[in-house]
Design a protein around this ligand. Sequence first.
Ligand SMILES: NC(=O)c1ccc[n+]([C@@H]2O[C@H](COP(=O)([O-])OP(=O)(O)OC[C@H]3O[C@@H](n4cnc5c(N)ncnc54)[C@H](OP(=O)(O)O)[C@@H]3O)[C@@H](O)[C@H]2O)c1
Length: 248
Amino acid sequence: MEKKKISIQGKVALVSGSNRGIGKAITVELLENGAKKVYAGARKISSLEELKTKYGERLVPIELDVTKDDSIANAAKIATDVEILVNNAGIFAMGNFLGGNLLESLKTNLDINVWGLVKLTNAFLEILTKQESAAIVSISSVAGLANMPMALTYSVSKAAVHSVVQGLRGELKDSNILVAGVYPGPIETDMSKGLEMEKDSPENVARNIIQGIVEGKEDIFPDVMSKQVAEGYSTSPKAVEEQFANFV
Ligand SMILES: NC(=O)c1ccc[n+]([C@@H]2O[C@H](COP(=O)([O-])OP(=O)(O)OC[C@H]3O[C@@H](n4cnc5c(N)ncnc54)[C@H](OP(=O)(O)O)[C@@H]3O)[C@@H](O)[C@H]2O)c1
């Protein structure tokens, strides 16, 4: 099947959770690569001041909380020209069976990482199908391919994202829309502050995500660790499961 390559030049994008971390880096990367406009989704518009000052009219702040239906509906009412939707907003609520916080963290992770992503995608689907060429880019995690027991419920949510991406890609296989899943390893952002692991930079991740969609990649492994995991996963998913079980 022919790859759906996405040119960034002159495109209009929306990035959820664009005010910091990976989302901010993706927003910058899109604008630096010739995107006409990026709707920068954030729960607090004031957190976008730095980006707004730098990019002026090409950056359109948009109040967006993916757990709030009216916020999503409002975004879809305003951003009717979106061609690239980046589902980046996410949370890392720690919890597992033996460590505690199991049910609370499961609910939080699912509410934001899965329900939020599904609702936002659903709200923009009609807009995207009308475009000549479009993309839906969703950030899962390597923990979505094999569960990391130390963050069991987060992994569950990211596995659900992986499944949503696969299902939607199947549904849209005859469409003009590239449905890409992104599977990062540990990245140097607020989210991973407590994790003692080697981390890649959000800028490098953003560069590889944008490069990935330009090349029409459906599965994007945007950093050093994720590339290694992808290689291991392609030969033995079981070995990756065992490797992740050793992370504490
Ligand atoms: N960092 C990693 O190691 C890593 C690895 C694999 C995958 N990921 C994934 O990459 C994505 C970005 O993570 P990050 O590392 O950049 O995290 P981060 O620095 O903690 O940023 C998370 C972003 O999501 C936003 N957000 C949280 N809840 C939201 C909600 N209900 N509605 C809208 N936005 C919301 C945050 O907004 P506020 O500023 O308002 O809180 C923030 O902009 C996430 O999906 C994450 O799971 C991260």
